[in-house]
Design a protein around this ligand. Structure first.
Ligand code: PEP
Ligand code: MN
Length: 271
């Protein structure tokens, strides 16, 4: 691929993105939490549950890019303060989305990782801004984007001086509509061929169905992903967004107990 001066794989070496004491690109990292921060109780209860299950980071949106302008858009600053409280209590670093270049510098004061959502993957002014924010960036794949377009967006961030980019495959649009999107798991080995950056899988937004999340999470482990980002809600039936795809703490705990042995098994496979 042409002009990928900074993200392309030149050697065997892989980038490890350090977020507090979590290393993305070494071992296997699980990010979990609600789609959106809704209340203190919901955020703290969910954070405690995912921590107890073994998650490494807490996710939660405070600025939610929604398809409809009338849907819940997030709590903004109030939500970030709740995430901060949950992070201080559990010790989990925060991954949260930023949607406006004007918000990047102050959101970065609360976030340990700045998430760029699928709908903003090619928002070039936002990419440049997070490239200067001094925080790791979780760059989701645009739902209509090729791997080359995606990697060019990562190149924007690196070219502004920020080497800490985590790629996230979250499903792409195809003719299939049983699932919310189509999870492109082949992106994992392909990305490993093309770049030194770590890649994680989002089985939540790619499937949109609780019943499919477990299988696709295990498949992501087998495909060689560096981690997962999964939506968990302490009471999914009450979730203000993405309710049909949020795992309960119990289901998430069960999934976590299956991920680690699978990872271990794969590490011991002959080459
Ligand atoms: C999210 O992570 O809550 C989200 C909106 O994801 P995506 O940008 O992949 O749709
Ligand atoms: Mn969501």
């Amino acid at each position: 691929m042409k002009n990928l001066k900074l993200v392309s794989r030149e050697t065997e070496q892989c980038t490890v993105v350090k977020v507090c004491d979590v290393e993305v690109g070494r071992g296997f990292v699980v990010i979990a939490g609600p789609c959106s921060v809704e209340s203190e109780e919901q955020t703290l209860e969910t954070a405690r549950a995912v921590k107890a299950a073994g998650a490494n980071m807490l996710r939660g949106g405070s600025f939610n890019p929604r398809t409809s302008p009338y849907a819940f858009q997030g709590l903004g600053l109030r939500g970030l303060k709740l995430l901060d409280k949950a992070s201080r209590e559990t010790g989990l670093p925060i991954v949260t989305e930023v949607i406006d270049p004007r918000d990047v510098s102050w959101v970065a004061e609360f976030a340990h990782v700045l998430q760029i959502g699928t709908r903003n993957m090619q928002n070039f002014s936002l990419l440049k801004e997070v490239g200067r924010a001094g925080r790791p960036v979780l760059l989701k794949r645009g739902m209509y984007s090729t791997l080359e377009e995606w990697l060019n967006c990562a190149e924007y961030i690196l070219s502004e001086g920020n080497p800490d980019v985590i790629l996230c495959e979250r499903g792409i649009r195809t003719f299939e509509n049983y699932t919310r999107n189509t999870l492109d798991l082949s992106a994992v080995p392909a990305i490993k061929e093309l770049t030194h950056l770590p890649i994680i899988i989002d089985p939540t937004h790619s499937t949109g169905r609780v019943s499919l999340i477990g299988s696709m999470s295990l498949a992501a482990v087998a495909a060689g992903a560096d981690g997962l980002i999964i939506e968990v809600h302490y009471k999914p039936e009450e979730a203000m967004c993405d309710a049909a795809q949020a795992l309960t703490p119990k289901t998430f705990t069960r999934l976590m107990s299956r991920i680690r042995p699978l990872k271990l098994f794969l590490e011991n496979l002959p080459n």
